[in-house]
Each structure stands twice: as C-alpha cells, then as structure tokens.
Design a protein around this ligand. Structure first.
Ligand code: HEM
Ligand code: MTE
Length: 389
C-alpha cells in the first residue's frame, strides 16, 4: 500500500475553496476533491459546504452517498491521512458552562458559539420542506441543560386548579398524541439586512433563523384542562419556564395568552417529537412548547413548568426583549414597558437561491425561496419580481 503524508485537521481546514484546493476527510483519510467539485451530481455548492472538514455529518443527511460506488469514486482523490493525534475528538473543558453542549452539524452557520446560535445555509434550507433536525436553526440564550429523561417531571399549576407533576411517560400516555407541521422563526431573522439600513443590536442573522418541522406531543389545551385550568374569564396568561438557567439560577421563561393556549385551532403543543424523532438536545429535549405562528421566543425549550397566571411571564425575555418599537426609538430612549410582547409575527419571505450578487448564466433560471404567512395562517399567494415592481 502507498505511504500517504499525514495532515492535521487544522491543515485540512485551510483547503476550503477551489483556489486553495478543496480538501475533505472521511474516516481518517484526506481527499483533494477540487477536480470533482464541478462534476458532483448534487451540485458544486453542496461539496463546498463540507470543504475543509469531515464528510460524514453531511452524508448522514444525504443517504445517496451510502453506496459503494461513492466511496470508490472518492478513493481516487485520496492525498493523505490524518495525523494520529487528530484522529480522536478533542477533550472537553470542565470549567466551561457550555462544555456539556451537544455536538452540532458543521453546515450550520454559527452566529455565536456560547450560547449556541446558528442557522442553516440558505441553499440547504430549501433543499426540503421539513428542515432536517440537524440543520434546524438553533437559538439558545444559555447552556443546554442535561436532562435525565427517567427523572424528568413537568409541573403544571395555577390558581383554582389541580397541580400536576407529569413524568415523560405520563405525558405520552395520559394525553392523545397530536401532530402539527409548524415553522418556528426567531424575531431576529434577517437582522443583518436591517443593519444595512441602520445598525441594530443583536445577533446578525441572515435569512435562515426560520425552520419547519413536524412536531408531535400533547396538546397544551388537554394538559391545562386536565389540571382544571381551562375555565376562567378575563385576562390570563400561560407562563413557561425552561430548565436552562443563568449563573444566578434564573431560568429562561416566556408566556402566551391563555386564550391561545386553550384554542383547539391554535394547536399549541407540549412537543416530545421533532420530525418523528425524540427532540434533539439543542431543540429542547425532552419536552418543549411549540406555538405555531408565534415568535420563536415563546416556544420554550427544556420545559420545566407551565403556570396559569393573571400576568405575563416576569422573565427578562418576556419583559425586556422581543418587543417592537417605532424607528424614532433607540437604545437610549427605549422603555420596554411601553410596548406589548411580540406574539404573532407578520408575513415573511426570502429567496435562498440565487444568493444576492451571484453571477447567473443567461437564460432560464430556477429561483428558490420560502414564504410564511405568520400567525399560523396559510400561504395563499407568492409573488416573485425580478425588478422589485
Ligand atoms: C449526490 C458524491 C459531497 C449532497 C451525489 C452522488 C455522488 C456524490 C456520486 C450521486 C449518487 C447517486 O445518485 O448514486 C459526492 C462526493 C462528495 C459529496 C464524492 C465529497 C467529496 C456532498 C455534500 C453534500 C452532497 C457535502 C451536501 C452538503 C448531495 C446531494 C445529492 C448528491 C443532495 C443528490 C443530488 C440529486 O440526486 O438530486 N454525491 N458527494 N454531496 N450529493 Fe454528493
Ligand atoms: N427556550 C429556552 N428554554 N431557552 C432559550 O434560550 N430560546 C427561544 C425559544 N425557546 C430559548 C427557548 C428562542 S428566542 C427561539 S427563536 C426558539 O426557542 C428557537 O428554537 P430552536 O432553537 O429549536 O430553533
């Protein structure tokens, strides 16, 4: 067998573009696939997403690659092997509160690593109607909690009701499983474009802070009725708390009006399934709220408690964040008490392919993108314009 040179992962990572040569790894082998990029049946842009790193996480998503002829083809491009010290994954740092965070898919575009905030690249977002779990955008404010499913309990309470403490098995068995296909969007989606008009604070999301999944779980409505919390008049809210907490022990929290929570039509879920699988850790394992049509911030992950209350959640994220203001308000003059918390979001649409500024061949062009109505409403029409008119 030929002797191959050894490379570190850092050296492989320097080969991400055709001009620097396109290198990838598979197992402990290193390949220079520059000359294959243009011939790739899945398109040149797809290979470039994996450039400089491992193929496995991408191929796990696109199972067409698990055929012998694909590996045979790859063998022709082998140029080296990984150095032995780089063949094993790096060891974790125990001091870091984020050291227990789960592994993530390398295709995600990271806006902040700690806490983890990342979005799928536009061309993968519209590769399929349901976003694969590994590529679903992630918006975390805090480290991902480690939850032991066997000892997990969900507390449900409110004035005049019966308090419940539900295990995962009880949540699954006592309440019929309901499924809903719903899109979650972060309020900051496309903020990087807003910042080109005027600087805005916050994560510089591109167009990918939006994703769609088939969610499965108990209806929040059924759980509230079982706790005797369904029958009341006047203004009430349902407050959620997560198991993720800051250094002072304060958890993430948010609320929605009780009316929405009880509406059969609004289909608010306490979800334990995402696209037919248990929830991934980044998306709220073992149970999260899913509020279709409403800003993602209310879909509380790692759900620890549900409380019916006469007031909205006291959480920072309900009171002093996720609110909209008119253009004359800035960070010096803002009064968060003056604005209501965002619930429903308005229409949204974006083109994922081609990307702004891309050179395209003359002639017919396929344009891809997404459109979303907000508020849980159906899309009834999509217009595409070439000249903004
Ligand atoms: C299809 C090779 C990287 C996405 C294929 C096929 C081959 C191939 C041979 C056709 C398979 C068949 O139909 O029998 C490779 C090689 C790669 C690579 C050698 C790396 C050097 C990637 C990456 C992605 C990707 C990183 C995604 C990010 C796809 C897709 C198809 C495909 C979506 C299906 C295209 C279609 O049928 O519409 N690839 N691939 N590939 N590949 Fe790759
Ligand atoms: N729930 C908890 N417990 N902690 C969080 O940081 N982030 C919220 C919401 N639920 C958050 C949370 C925000 S702002 C959004 S947009 C959605 O989760 C994102 O959900 P995703 O990461 O599954 O896409």
């Amino acid at each position: 067998a030929p002797q191959y040179p050894r490379y570190t992962r850092a050296e492989v990572a320097q080969h991400r573009t055709p001009s620097d040569r396109v290198w990838v790894t598979h197992g402990t082998d290193v390949f220079d696939v520059t000359d294959f990029v243009e011939m790739h049946p899945g398109g040149p842009d797809k290979i470039l997403l994996a450039a400089g790193g491992a193929l496995e996480p991408f191929w796990a998503l696109y199972a067409v690659h698990s055929q012998p002829h694909v590996l045979e083809l790859l063998r022709d491009y082998k140029v080296g092997e990984l150095s032995p010290e780089d063949a094993a994954p790096p060891s974790g740092d125990t001091e870091d509160p984020f050291s227990g965070d789960p592994p993530r898919h390398p295709a995600l575009r990271v806006n902040s690593l700690k806490p983890f905030n990342a979005e799928p690249p536009p061309e993968l977002l519209t590769q399929s109607f349901l976003t694969p779990n590994e590529l679903f955008f992630t918006r975390n404010h805090l480290p991902v909690p480690a939850v032991e499913p066997g000892s997990y309990r969900l507390r449900v309470e409110g004035p005049g009701g019966r308090s419940l403490s539900l295990s995962l098995a009880e949540l699954r068995q006592r309440f019929p499983k309901h499924e809903v296909t719903a899109t979650l969007q972060c309020a900051g989606n496309r903020r990087s474009e807003m910042s080109r008009v005027r600087p805005v604070k916050g994560l510089a999301w591109d167009i990918g802070a939006i994703s769609t999944a088939r969610w499965g779980g108990a209806r929040l409505r059924d759980v509230l009725l079982a706790a005797g919390l369904g029958d009341r008049t006047g203004e009430w809210h349902v407050c959620f708390e997560g198991l993720d907490a800051d250094a002072s022990g304060t958890p993430y929290g948010a609320s929605i009006p009780l009316e929405r929570a009880l509406s059969a039509e609004a289909e608010v879920l306490l979800a334990y399934e995402m696209n037919g699988q248990e929830l991934p850790r980044d998306h709220g394992f073992p149970v999260r709220v899913v509020v279709p049509g409403v800003v993602g911030a209310r879909s509380v992950k790692w759900l620890r408690s549900v409380a019916v209350s006469p007031s909205e959640s006291p959480s920072h994220w309900q009171q002093n964040d996720y609110k909209g203001f008119c253009p004359s308000v800035d960070w010096d003059s803002v009064d968060f008490r003056a604005a209501p918390a965002i619930q429903e979001l308005p229409v949204q649409s974006a083109i994922t392919e081609p990307r702004p500024g891309a050179a395209v061949p003359a002639g017919e062009l396929t344009v891809k993108g997404y459109a979303w109505s907000g508020g849980g409403r159906e899309v009834i029409r999509v217009d595409v314009s070439l000249d903004g008119i």
